[in-house]
Design a protein around this ligand. Structure first.
Ligand code: AMP
Ligand code: GLY
Length: 430
């Protein structure tokens, strides 16, 4: 099978690494890829991955059997629809299915319709009624731009002034089209936990739980980022909570194949949950693998990812068989100094081979490239994902930090407390 993966982050490196291990994967391309994917796939630059016709053309010219879409933007842009219509199997939902991530209003309506627990909300297309509703329910509350805003469109407002400012900012065009509708919702409390599933033909095949660390600095302080570290599975989840999350994911998968939604959903559905005192509630759905969640989930997958993805893409959910290693996985993100604000690029990276020589350690690249001297250099805010497997949660975390110490580049920034809250137990959230 010839496969092409669209995207350039740590998620795509982890997907490519798992596909490269598959006996059925003959030729692997990554568009555009990064410094890490270059070692296992052929990187191809200069093609707009949000242009479905261009991607379909690439697939035709390179005899591609399966197109795997990593990020949300091409899904929302309808790349899966165009490529599938050209006769090539695609791993990724159609544009309508991707609205579960692309429109928070659509996603909330979907949840309401299938009885999936979520925060109380209202959706608005102008500022005045949104402001009136916010004043009525009072702080704390959450303001969300409806569309894709690269994780920056959500404000958890502790006081009403902050909520008012967020509403006005959205309607003033801070997020362009994405902010022309605004969701205002009740603020939930508790630990967050993600549960991902392969979804095809209305059936969900659940993956493991994972917990991201979105804030930039230790102790969950500082600005939100794309994710500074993650681990899997999540030890603080009770059996009852897991069951409730599984039920929500199964209900969502079933609804994708039924009226009135009836979308062509063949890919990953990502459920972002908050474990509230009233049980797990969905904060958001994403229409793709999480980044960095994928980097701790796929290394624990024991099956053949290429065959799993092909079965999902061809609408054969009965052929998806998943088995997971019993090991724990922890991932520490190494970022450029200044991230998520402005940062410098081009710093030479050393020590990856030494880190990967440690037992159970893999380093996935996120923002890396090669300079003219063929040296590996930093090329983004999040640079590397240092992942370690271990027999226990503690062992996975210790190994990841041992590996982190061996890697160096100027301005290396990371959190030293990935997983330490969960290691203290549920009371650490109270
Ligand atoms: P979202 O993109 O909707 O997942 O929101 C991004 C982040 O905002 C989540 O990971 C939570 O940390 C936070 N958040 C979103 N919705 C709520 C809510 N209703 N209550 C509390 N925090 C929330
Ligand atoms: N880690 C959160 C996301 O991928 O959206």
């Amino acid at each position: 099978m010839n496969i092409v993966v669209l995207g350039s982050g740590g998620r795509e490196h982890a997907i490519c690494a798992a596909l490269a291990k598959s006996p059925s994967c003959e030729k692997l391309y990554c568009l555009p890829g990064n410094g890490g994917t270059a070692a296992i796939a052929e990187n191809v630059a200069g093609l707009d991955i949000c242009d479905g016709t261009a991607v379909a053309g690439f697939a035709r010219d390179h005899d591609i059997d399966l197109v795997v879409i990593g990020p949300e933007a091409p899904l929302v842009a309808g790349v899966a629809d165009v490529v599938r219509a050209s006769g090539v199997a695609v791993f990724g939902p159609d544009a309508q299915g991707a609205q579960l991530e692309g429109s928070k209003t659509y996603s909330k309506q979907f949840m309401e319709r299938c009885g999936i627990p979520t925060a109380r909300y209202a959706s608005f297309d102008s500022a005045e009624p949104a402001l009136a509703y916010a004043r009525e329910i009072g702080a704390p509350l959450v303001v969300k731009a409806d569309g894709l805003a690269a994780g920056k469109g959500v404000v958890v407002a502790d006081d009403i002034e902050m909520a008012e400012e967020a509403i006005v900012k959205c309607f003033d065009g801070a997020f362009g089209e994405a902010g022309s509708q605004v969701v205002v919702e009740e603020c939930l409390t508790g630990p967050e936990c993600s549960l991902l599933a392969f979804v095809s033909g209305g059936k969900a095949h659940l993956m493991a739980t994972a917990q991201d660390h979105k804030r930039a600095y230790e102790g969950d302080t500082g600005p939100n980022t794309g994710g500074m570290g993650v681990y899997s599975p999540v030890p603080i989840v009770t059996d009852g909570e897991y069951e409730a999350m599984a039920q929500a994911m199964n209900a969502a998968a079933a609804a994708t194949a039924q009226d009135p939604f009836d979308v062509d959903y063949r890919g990953v559905l990502y459920g972002g949950f908050m474990l509230t005192p009233d049980g797990p509630k969905v904060l958001e759905f994403n229409a793709r693998f999480g980044d960095p969640e994928t980097q701790v989930i796929l290394p624990r997958l024991e099956g053949d990812l290429a065959q799993i993805m092909l079965a999902v893409a061809e609408g054969r959910p009965q052929d998806v068989e998943l088995s997971w290693s019993k090991q724990w996985a922890a991932c520490v993100v190494l970022a450029s100094e200044g991230y998520p604000g402005s940062y410098e690029k081009g710093k030479v990276i050393l020590g990856i081979d030494e880190a990967e020589a440690l037992e159970g350690v893999t380093v996935y690249h996120a923002g890396t490239a090669f300079n003219d001297d063929e040296e590996l250099i930093t090329a983004g805010g999040r640079v590397l994902n240092v992942v370690a497997l271990g027999e226990t949660f503690e062992e996975a975390r210790e190994r990841a930090y041992e590996a982190v110490d061996l890697i160096n580049f100027e301005g290396k920034q990371f959190r030293g407390d990935i997983g330490s809250r969960a290691a203290r137990g549920r009371s650490a959230w109270e």
